[in-house]
Write a protein that binds this ligand. Structure first.
Ligand code: IVH
Length: 675
């Protein structure tokens, strides 16, 4: 008994800790399956010792307490969690419990199956069809007011279709689609910023931004799956009927829903979903099975934590073991030294993984993974592979902990870890890996768009000493290049032309190209149009930069500090001398365009041959249109380049016109959609 009491205490502390990491910090330490196992163990012990159950036990509540930075919202109808079934036997056992509870006289039960979306539960409150409040789940009774943030989500209508009742609360999941997540990380990488670990935590972190303008830059989506409070709504008798009604009101409801009379068909369905989970553009972690008949749901009611009429069938986590061959360190363009694992290739989460980031020195130490270990690998978010932990039973006796190298693998210079920071850096600004990274970024499409400056060329120019910084691009020794093998007259001439064209790029592109910390394309454009000319920005103080709409103290301090570093001031001087444009697009007298797309919402997906996606979006915005990251019923048209998978499918589902590049160019020129 004492042993059980002690273990119960221990489990409660552990679960509280992991709840905090998951729900509040958005940084879970253990896989969901491990957490579920802790909770299952606690539940089993409490079932054996009912006298030890306390109201504060994690088994008696839905999630973590709400965070205090947002105003509190009391849920009029509690937001409950779901009980889980971890295998088919548990799923069948639940259906049997339901049938037993309903008794022999009950009508036959139909089972409604939906996907279990892996995001963050929110409740949207509409009054007279207008969105008035959005709240997170919090502890199930009180959540956080995230209205301003949710309003930035394209999928969430501000207004419902005609016929909405005086009050309707819609519960659903805010999530980040896999394409959106990959695009966000690609942009982070390009800006030399840290990448995000998985879509779920990124969605949660994005939604809980204090500044809704930041949320607006994240391409979040929403699926509706349940009702909260409803006043004077139409009579509904089934769950699937309710979902169809939500759909008709203009809310996004996922199409992967089905109704089965036979439990065997439910079991077959979950297997089908499991096999097809990688065909979706969003993460799911299971299938939710609900009793479809709402009268039967009422009869079944709730336990303290969850409804008796629903269960979450959890898909097995995608984890595999493999051999960690070595731990190496890569050097990013900002000098960041990132440890990563070289792995014996293993198929996990829908693709083969041969390398996985280990993030930083602390992560390697905390996980204590060592070269030679057998390790558990998970494809977190099915996007970024992650090494979870070593399999200690298989560790060889002579294994030693890995230590972070003291010298940069690229230049041999010292690696330093600034006090209080998790990251380690190569301190040598002239490290060829850093120089290459900076020039590659400068030459990239969203920046100076230098044709002919691909990775290999840049590598060659840097290793031959022809380029030591980005200003060198405008002072290339073409005679030397012309003497090299593989550089004919035409290719040298093309290089010269590309460099000349880059000289005229507007200030926003230049600022982005310089890799100033915290300055991505959007911030660069905001800075350029606010100050008009580089000279105005150079003399601005932190307050003046911070006063610009959309910029905060972190960005202002970073930009101000960067411009004041002697090395950077010198670089700007040389760019100026080289005749590089220092004016913003508007001031430089860029082509005036007619606002032919005013009121239109045009989404761009896939790769276009004539413009980068950012350029395409900019062209839309310049003509008065909007270019959100996802397709919804409000989308005017979808421009589909090569490889535009899920958005294309969604547009086709919603009957949104799909344009090829030629039709897009016509739209930009005339504002007209093809007949
Ligand atoms: S229904 C009263 N349906 O899973 C029942 N929940 O682990 C309310 N979730 O809190 C939940 N997809 O955040 C429901 N199709 C779905 C869902 C779903 C994801 C989440 C939701 C819930 C959690 C429980």
């Amino acid at each position: 008994m004492d042993g059980a009491a002690a273990r119960i205490d221990e489990l409660r502390v552990l679960i509280d800790h992991h709840d905090q990491r998951y729900h509040v910090d958005d940084a879970p330490e253990i896989p969901d399956a491990d957490y579920d196992a802790l909770l299952a163990e606690l539940r089993a012990l409490e079932a054996e010792h009912p006298d030890l159950v306390t109201p504060g036990s994690p088994t008696q509540r839905a999630g973590a307490p709400a965070r205090s930075t947002f105003a509190e919202v009391a849920h009029r109808v509690p937001m409950r969690s779901l009980d889980n079934a971890f295998d088919v036997d548990e799923l069948r056992a639940w259906t049997e419990r339901v049938l037993r509870r309903l008794g022999d006289d009950a009508p036959p039960v139909a089972w409604a199956c939906e996907l279990k979306f892996d995001g963050l539960a929110v409740s949207l409150r509409y009054e007279d069809g207008v969105l008035v409040q959005a709240a997170t789940r919090g502890d199930g009774r009180v959540g956080e007011d995230v209205t301003a943030n949710v309003r930035t989500i394209d999928d969430v209508p501000d207004r419902l279709a005609d016929g909405a009742p005086p009050v309707v609360e819609v519960r659903g999941e805010v999530y980040m689609g896999l394409t959106a997540f990959a695009e966000l990380n690609a942009a982070q990488e390009q800006a030399g910023e840290k990448t995000y670990v998985n879509p779920r935590n990124t969605a949660a972190g994005s939604l809980r931004q204090k500044d809704a303008a930041v949320t607006a830059t994240r391409d979040l989506s929403f699926w509706a799956y349940q009702l909260g409070e409803v006043v004077d709504g139409p009579e509904q008798d089934s769950h699937l009927g309710t979902l169809a009604w939500l759909d008709a009101l203009g809310l996004p409801v996922d199409a992967h829903r089905a109704r089965f009379d036979d439990v065997d068909d439910v079991v077959a369905h979950v297997a089908t979903v499991e096999a097809a989970r990688h065909d979706l553009d969003y993460e799911i972690d299971g299938v939710v099975v609900k009793v479809d008949d709402l009268a039967l749901q009422d009869e079944l009611g709730f336990t303290a934590r969850a409804p008796r009429w629903a269960i979450a069938y959890k898909l097995p986590p995608e984890e595999r073991t493999t051999r960690l061959l070595d731990i190496e360190v890569s050097i990013g363009p900002g000098g960041q030294a990132t440890p990563f694992a070289r792995l014996e290739p293993v198929f996990v989460g829908g693709s083969t993984v041969a390398a996985a980031t280990l993030h930083n020195a602390d992560q390697v130490a905390a996980k204590d993974v060592r070269p030679g270990d057998v390790v558990v690998v998970r494809k977190a978010g099915d996007v970024i592979p992650e090494v979870l932990r070593p399999v200690l039973a298989e560790r060889s006796a002579d294994s030693v902990p890995w230590t972070f190298p003291t010298d940069c693998p690229a230049c041999g210079g010292p690696l330093v870890r600034p006090e209080g920071e998790a990251a380690t850096f190569c301190a040598n600004h002239a490290c060829p890996r850093q120089v290459r990274g900076r020039i590659e970024h400068f030459a990239s499409r969203g920046a100076m768009d230098l044709e002919g400056f691909g990775e290999q060329r840049v590598d060659l120019f840097v290793s031959e000493g022809l380029l030591v910084d980005v200003a060198g691009v405008f002072a290339l020794d073409y005679d030397r290049i012309a003497a090299w093998d593989g550089f004919g007259e035409t290719s040298v001439e093309n290089l010269r032309r590309a460099v000349d064209a880059a000289r005229d790029r507007p200030l926003g592109r230049l600022l982005f190209g310089l890799r100033i910390p915290h300055v991505g394309t959007t911030v660069a454009d905001v800075l350029a149009s606010a100050f008009g000319h580089l000279d105005a920005l150079v003399v601005a103080d932190v307050e003046a930069i911070e006063a610009v709409e959309g910029l905060g103290p972190i960005i202002a301090t970073s930009v101000h500090g960067w411009l004041r570093e002697e090395r950077n001031a010198d670089l700007l001087d040389r760019l100026r001398t080289a005749g590089v444009c220092l004016e913003a697009a508007e001031a430089a007298g860029g082509d005036e365009v007619e606002p032919v797309l005013a009121g239109m919402s045009v989404v761009v997906t896939g790769t276009l041959s004539s413009r980068s996606r950012d350029e395409a979006k900019a062209a839309i915005v310049a003509r008065g249109g909007k270019s959100p990251g996802s397709v919804s019923a409000k989308t005017t048209a979808l421009v589909a380049g090569e490889g535009g998978g899920s958005k294309l499918a969604k547009a086709e589902d919603l009957g949104v016109p799909v344009l090829d590049e030629a039709a897009f160019e016509r739209l930009l020129a005339t504002g007209e959609l093809p007949a």
